[in-house]
Design a protein around this ligand. Structure first.
Ligand code: SF4
Length: 332
């Protein structure tokens, strides 16, 4: 039961927003071909990211308005040394019931226990292929085996949820389903296949490697996978189960009809801009309102006012990608 009875994060379409995705930096140590193929390059010196106190004020303000699920993203969030402190600040904010992290898992084997001790409850790890050569070709990073071992550790840990994200890429990993099914047979994990989305930087790549997620989804349904009900604060995935498999499969298909009808999440970038939509045209600077506790009501009023301006959905079908240049800039 949420301690603040009347969630106020509601848009003009009646959608509620219990879910905040907070990017804490835009830097990354991978070179994923669909995101940062040439690696991360700091634009002008190191990014001036929100600090612990600013994030504490931000999370409290959202929680007071009805947010109860926070996902920490990047770039690659484990590159911030104060990540455990940020996790505990979020976990201590009254009203937040679920603190999740999306990571490429490069340091998961080293930091998992510290993150859990800090209050982490859910983990999403990016694994775009199950064969080392493909994995390295897509991410520019070796170390798949160590990553899979670390995920098995996470599956044995007290975390409430462990999920794997795999971006669907034509001619790069669209033949990996048999491997994934083998992987899922005896593991209590959800593998979510994410349809590649166009961004400001990847048009040519998108045209070469886009694979419609619904093709995979129809195949799964034909093979007896059954759709599960979706929780109100769940992410955008349609999740499926099958009696022969312990694991589940999720499908994130942003090009599918009505994808945005169930939108329930807001985003804040690493330097404190509110993004009403992943593909939105505007970012609203919140940082000036994160400088003292006296600004709390002004911050909340700004969030409620801005939510009234949220559009019904994205215009990706028209090739409109808004402000997003690549996913490291906002954490997907
Ligand atoms: S594209 Fe925008 S409106 Fe649609 S689900 Fe994502 S954030 Fe919500």
């Amino acid at each position: 039961m949420h301690p603040y009875p009347s969630p106020q994060l509601e848009d003009s379409f009646g959608r509620r927003f219990p879910y905040l995705r907070l990017s804490i930096l835009d830097a990354c140590n991978f070179r994923c071909s669909y995101c940062l193929p040439n690696g991360y390059r700091a634009k002008d010196g190191r990014g001036k990211y929100l600090d612990v106190q600013e994030i504490q004020r931000l999370v409290s303000a959202f929680a007071r308005l009805g947010m109860r699920k926070l996902r920490i993203t990047g770039g690659e969030p484990s590159l911030r040394r104060d990540l455990p402190e940020l996790i505990s600040v979020a976990a201590e904010a009254t009203g937040v019931e679920n603190v999740g992290l999306t990571t490429n898992g490069a340091t998961l084997h080293r930091h998992l226990n510290r993150w859990i001790d800090a209050g982490l409850t859910a983990l999403n790890v990016s694994v775009d292929a199950l064969c080392p050569e493909r994995f390295e070709r897509i991410t520019g990073h070796a170390g798949l085996e160590m990553l899979l071992d670390a995920i098995d550790q996470a599956l044995d840990s007290p975390l409430r949820s462990v999920k794997i994200n795999a971006v669907l890429l034509r001619d790069l990993n669209d033949d990996q389903l048999p491997k994934w099914l083998e992987y899922l047979r005896d593991r209590n994990v959800t593998v979510r296949f994410i349809e590649l989305m166009q961004t400001g930087d990847n048009l040519e790549y998108f045209q070469r490697h886009h694979y419609r997620a619904q093709v995979l989804e129809s195949h799964l349904v034909k093979e007896g996978w059954q759709l599960l009900d979706r929780a109100t604060d769940a992410g955008p995935a349609r999740e499926y189960q099958h009696r022969d498999f312990r694991g589940r499969i999720g499908i994130i298909a942003p090009y599918s009809a009505n994808f945005c009808a169930g939108c329930n999440r807001l985003r804040v970038t690493a330097n404190g801009d509110l993004r009403l939509c992943l593909f939105g045209e505007t970012g609203v600077p919140l940082r000036p309102l994160l400088q003292s506790d006296d600004q709390f009501s002004a911050l909340q009023a700004t969030l409620i006012r801005q939510l009234g301006l949220k559009r019904a959905g994205h215009s990706l079908h028209a090739g409109e990608t808004g402000l997003i240049q690549h996913f490291a800039s906002i954490g997907g």
